[in-house]
Design a protein around this ligand. Structure first.
Ligand SMILES: C[S@@+](CC[C@H](N)C(=O)[O-])C[C@H]1O[C@@H](n2cnc3c(N)ncnc32)[C@H](O)[C@@H]1O
Length: 363
């Protein structure tokens, strides 16, 4: 019987479609590589699983990462780790997005970012003063009695020692005299830099206006800061041919949101099963705007599975990645539940990637 001979040429010099054929035919089986399958949610770190997605296959990747705002699922990250996570994940997207395809990142600025370098904000909260003693009263008492302690001044002015201190040094609006100050950390510039370094180009940015989070705003009544009520969507483009199809939306939809920089819809009513879900409307709009039916939509911070549900409802395929087992189970149970409109019948779904073998090119 004739022995099988391995090709004497370099597989990677062949056109891509032939490479696939030859991989299957000539693999020696020593390096069995399985690409992630479409219509599955995988548990693991995005940084480990993204390289397992078949190159140039994802039409759009839409996700909302940890925001570095103290949620339980991001407790494992320092600020530096968080930056490195986002930077690597963006970088790992470049090979897998189709040329002409998009990476859409939903993120918000960090509104309470601890900065030990920041000078203390001294708020003179005039409406909150219970004692009528003014700063001027304290200063004039100090001038008359330069040797008096805070306690003696308090007795003289018939107020508390804290009032003397507050009039002299102001109220620390965040309380806790020794806590570092907090400021806004603007994330857009960092995300833009990481995307450009990866090879993407900023294509668009939109603002999602959600419900105002009054109850979460610890400073609303004691500063000039605004409450938390919007997030961003940054659209990054991978160079290549981008199909532009005006029929993806109706004329009314183009007018209402397709061409609009501000999207307005409420956030999720109850974050009962996951701490930070985005509403279905968000991935749905992105998917409808940027992809065609049957194309692959990726979310590598899948959480409770919202993007997968949107993909199913819009007749697209999905790949989900999520670190936490409990959320993977939650997302999978949502996929299974009969409540989701399954517009794609199993038979209609194309197998995205069956087991394919990576061949070590032999010469
Ligand atoms: C903002 S939430 C996404 C919520 C999701 N959009 C939804 O609607 O349910 C971010 C998710 O990223 C997950 N995560 C954190 N680090 C991760 C990592 N290294 N790889 C993959 N997922 C990660 C968290 O467990 C969390 O579920």
């Amino acid at each position: 019987m004739a022995e099988h001979t391995l090709p004497t040429f370099k597989i990677d010099r062949l056109p891509k479609n032939l490479q696939k054929t030859f991989h299957a035919l000539y693999s020696n089986g020593s390096e069995l590589e399985t690409y992630l399958h479409a219509n599955e949610i995988y548990q693991g770190d995005a940084r480990e699983l993204l390289p397992k997605i078949e190159p140039n296959t994802v039409a759009v990747s839409v996700w909302s990462p940890p925001y570095f705002v103290g949620k339980e699922y991001e407790a494992y990250l320092t600020f530096e780790d968080w930056q490195n996570l986002l930077k690597s994940v963006i970088n790992l997207h470049f090979p897998i997005i189709k040329p002409g395809g998009f990476l859409v990142i939903n993120i918000a600025d960090i509104l309470v970012f601890r900065d030990p370098e920041m000078p203390r904000v001294q708020a003179d909260a005039v409406n909150k003063k219970r004692s009528s003693v003014t700063r001027e009263d304290v200063l004039s008492a100090m001038k008359k009695h330069p040797t008096y302690s805070r306690y003696q001044l308090a007795k003289l002015l018939n107020c508390s020692e804290q009032t003397i201190d507050r009039r002299l040094h102001g109220n620390n609006i965040r309380g806790g005299k020794h806590e570092p100050q907090t400021r806004v950390k603007i994330v857009g510039g960092m995300v833009e830099d990481w995307a450009l370094e990866a090879g993407f180009y900023p294509y668009d940015r939109r603002v999602w206006v959600k419900d105002a989070a009054w109850e979460n705003s610890r400073w609303a009544s004691l500063s000039y800061r605004s409450v938390d009520e919007f997030e961003y969507l940054y659209f990054f483009w991978k160079p290549g041919i981008t199909k532009f199809d005006r029929n993806r939306l109706s004329a009314a939809e183009w007018k209402e949101w397709g061409s609009r920089g501000v999207w307005e819809f409420p956030s999720v009513r109850a974050n009962d099963d996951h701490e930070a879900k985005f509403p279905l409307e968000l991935p749905k709009r992105v998917i409808r705007l940027l992809t065609d039916p049957d194309e692959i939509v990726l979310d590598c911070f899948m959480g409770s599975g919202t993007t997968a549900i949107a993909a199913i409802q819009e007749n697209r395929q999905y790949i989900g990645i999520e670190l936490e087992k409990q959320y993977v189970e939650l997302a999978k149970s949502k996929m299974k539940s009969g409540t989701q409109k399954r517009l794609i019948s199993e038979s209609k779904r194309k197998p995205y990637a069956t087991k394919s073998r990576r061949i070590t090119s032999k010469s």
